[in-house]
Design a protein around this ligand. Structure first.
Ligand SMILES: [Zn+2]
Length: 263
């Protein structure tokens, strides 16, 4: 019976687990947004939760034969087994509010949602598919940044995804970037911040380097709420902060507006 109940780490209230699940993993008491998987994200957004996944057969390789505490190849295998996902992003196509759309959803549970060659390649292909099909694009970021086990190969993904987004933009197609907790490093420094609209979930950590590194570099104490979604909105780095439950309706409204369709 014990696992029917859980404590919210934010407000410390004991809550019925099902109430949180029914609330799209948002605390019904304090509205704290818990992290959700890429598959749950997609189910929340698409019409009747229906969509098709693509580029599932592009799998990561250990090109550098990288070993830290453990070989990278071993880590990849373990993460694939643990998450049942091929990589840290899912590319998908379906309808939202009756509009055809391509959505990429990153998954933090796969190596911290880090962006390696395959994440970059899948995101790029999804953007190119959107451009070719004249479709709007949504990327939901949840990432610790570039994947260090692939070194410079990971960093190259920043340029590749950004170039593909520039072509999508030249085709006058909308791209909405949704930043969730956390979105940091190379992801923030590339596609996550290149949306026609960049919107975040409440309290999401969004930044490039972590606060400790910044404090040590500029030798100043950082203000309260630094790098949180509301702080970034107030300082003009984001276009909006949207609660998870309102996100689907928000995206449909914005897409209709940008595509010049009837409301
Ligand atoms: Zn709470």
């Amino acid at each position: 019976m014990a696992n029917l109940w859980t404590r919210c780490n934010n407000c410390q209230k004991i809550l019925y687990k099902q109430d949180i699940l029914d609330n799209q993993h948002v605390c019904p008491s304090c509205r704290f947004h818990f992290r959700v998987s890429s598959l749950e994200r997609l189910a929340f957004l698409y019409d009747e939760g229906g969509y098709e996944r693509f580029d599932e057969d592009i799998l990561p390789v250990d090109a550098l034969q990288f070993v830290d505490h453990r070989p990278y190849a071993e880590r990849l295998e373990e993460n694939q087994r643990k998450t049942q996902l091929p990589e840290a992003v899912i590319s998908s196509i379906g309808k939202i509010g009756g509009l055809d759309v391509i959505i990429c959803a990153m998954d933090f549970s796969f190596m911290g949602g880090s962006m390696g060659s395959v994440v970059g390649e899948k995101v790029t292909r999804a953007i190119e598919r959107a451009t070719a099909g004249k479709l709007p694009l949504i990327i939901i970021s949840c990432s610790g940044g570039a994947r260090m086990q692939e070194g410079a190969l990971s960093l190259m993904q920043m340029a590749k995804t950004s170039a593909a987004l520039a072509r999508h933009d030249e085709a006058r197609l909308p791209f909405i970037s949704v930043l969730t907790d956390p979105t940091t490093g190379g992801t923030t420094a590339s596609y996550s911040m290149l949306g026609d609209l960049n919107i975040a979930e409440p309290n999401a950590l969004v930044g490039f380097a972590g606060p400790r590194v910044i404090e040590q570099t500029i030798r100043e104490k950082l203000p309260k709420g630094f790098q949180r979604a509301e702080f970034l909105l107030a300082h003009g780095l984001l276009d909006d902060v949207v609660e998870r439950k309102a996100l689907r309706g928000y995206l449909i409204r914005v897409l209709r507006l940008l595509l010049n369709r009837q409301p």
